[in-house]
Design a protein around this ligand. Structure first.
Ligand SMILES: *Cc1c(COP(=O)(O)O)cnc(C)c1O
Length: 226
């Protein structure tokens, strides 16, 4: 087996074990391969091994890879900060946006989403660890933003995303993921129909899956250290 295919197999196995350990169906957890700083050739190798979902943080780099990768059926997820003057390429070139945290951006994306495409699938990013410098909406402001986003015609609000502060102790990794799951459940009790929890990276995917992750975003474990 070549190396990218091997790493992909290992990550899939980690996901499968974590799911079974949590009493969940492994088929309910999607893998987003996070390609930031990696060359398009590295992503192409994973695509050749069967990977379909790719996540990118930096727009210019992302657009180059969207152009370069020609394998059919790839799904592109934007997971980085969106600047308000750079919404159009996100609206036109991506299937998903995980990092929505401002209404102004949401409105522009909805206006700019081409009519021939499906609505842009979005997650609202929540600043779950309450870090002053981190991206994401505060939990207290989440319900109001979710209502506004859900009303936009060309966006489809699918769920929530978080990137908690790094926590080396595996026993403590679950706390922020539990808070994100509880926030999603609270919205659903209010009448939302959200099915996506985008949480978990190379260092904490087991904890995220134990708390209900449906999309894990994995870079290092697939591509090696950055
Ligand atoms: C880089 C990144 C990841 C992947 O992290 P790894 O530790 O490389 O698995 C996931 N989500 C976001 C938002 C990222 O920026």
């Amino acid at each position: 087996m070549n190396e990218p295919a091997e790493r992909l197999q290992q990550v899939r196995e980690r996901i499968r074990r974590a799911a079974l350990g949590a009493g969940r169906d492994p088929g309910t957890i999607g893998l987003v391969a996070v390609g930031k700083t990696r060359p398009a050739t590295a992503l192409a190798a994973l695509a050749a091994a069967g990977q379909r979902r790719f996540g990118e943080n930096y727009l210019q780099e992302a657009l180059e890879k969207v152009e370069a990768l020609t394998a059919p059926g790839l799904e592109w997820h934007f997971i980085g900060p969106v600047q308000s003057n750079k919404t159009r390429p996100v609206a036109t070139r991506f299937h998903w946006l995980h990092s929505l945290d401002r209404l102004r951006i949401a409105r522009r994306l909805s206006e700019q989403r081409p009519p021939e495409l499906e609505p842009l699938q979005v997650c609202i990013q929540v600043n779950i660890s309450g870090e002053a410098t981190k991206a994401g909406v505060a939990l207290a402001e989440l319900p109001a933003l979710a209502r506004e986003v859900a009303a936009l015609p060309r966006l489809r609000l699918r769920g929530l995303m978080a990137l908690p502060a790094p926590e080396p102790d595996p026993r403590r990794q679950r706390e922020p993921f539990a808070r994100l799951r509880e926030a999603l459940e609270a919205l659903n009790r209010e009448g939302f129909d959200l099915d996506t929890l985008s949480m978990g990276t190379s260092s904490d995917l087991e904890a995220a899956i134990a708390e209900g992750a449906t999309l894990v975003r994995i870079g290092t474990a697939l591509f090696g250290p950055r």
